[in-house]
Design a protein around this ligand. Structure first.
Ligand code: IMP
Ligand code: MG
Length: 180
């Protein structure tokens, strides 16, 4: 693994090697396995693009029967009066009465996940829980419970393992942090 990398105009240094990520994914998968063992075919809903690698590794460690789907929050430039509108696309599985586990790459301020939960709640699932690879407790400012957090970090900006800096860095198997 490279110690430092450059993406666009910024330099990053190694922060979390792949083996440590794998340990964290295993630990969170074990908690989900325990909590959902008796539930009827839970549905994992990954938020694209950032969650694809986490979902891929997490789902291989899930021991109960499950279904999996990916969604995206698409931004539209609204009119001046409405501002930015974000709509949910890709939800082609009925989720009414289902146990849903949202899989995210990172929860920072919580704006995105708050919106995502709100959109999914409109379809009346039996339950919704969030499983995020990274949680930034220092920047989170929403009230919703983020039940499954594989790892917690400070307010630094990271890339790798699905997370990007302006679309670069998603394919890295380790996590890198920006250096000033
Ligand atoms: P939030 O809405 O503020 O919670 O931000 C969530 C989104 O911001 C994530 O889904 C990411 O796309 C992006 N994001 C926040 N922090 C980072 C980071 O450290 N690295 C890469 N993307 C990030
Ligand atoms: Mg994301």
């Amino acid at each position: 693994m490279e110690e430092t990398i450059t993406l666009h105009d910024k330099k990053f240094r190694i922060m979390i090697p792949a083996e440590k990520i794998d340990e964290a994914v295993s630990a969170v998968a074990a908690r989900i396995n325990a909590d959902y063992a008796d539930k009827q075919t839970p549905l994992f809903v990954g938020v694209l693009n950032g969650s694809f690698m986490f979902m891929s590794d997490l789902i291989k460690k899930i021991e109960f029967q499950n279904e999996l789907s990916f969604v995206k929050l698409a931004s539209y430039e609204g009119t001046a009066s409405t501002g930015e509108v974000k709509s949910l696309i890709g939800l082609n599985t009925p989720i009414e009465g289902r146990h849903v586990i949202i899989v995210e790459d990172i929860v920072d301020t919580g704006e995105s996940i708050d919106h995502m939960i709100g959109e999914l709640e409109r379809h009346h699932p039996a339950s919704i829980a969030v499983c995020t690879l990274f949680f930034k407790p220092g920047s989170y400012r929403k009230q919703r419970q983020i039940k499954y957090r594989a790892m917690e970090i400070g307010n630094e900006f990271i890339v790798g393992y699905g997370l990007d800096y302006d679309q670069l860095g998603r394919s890295l198997k380790d996590i890198y942090v920006v250096t000033e």
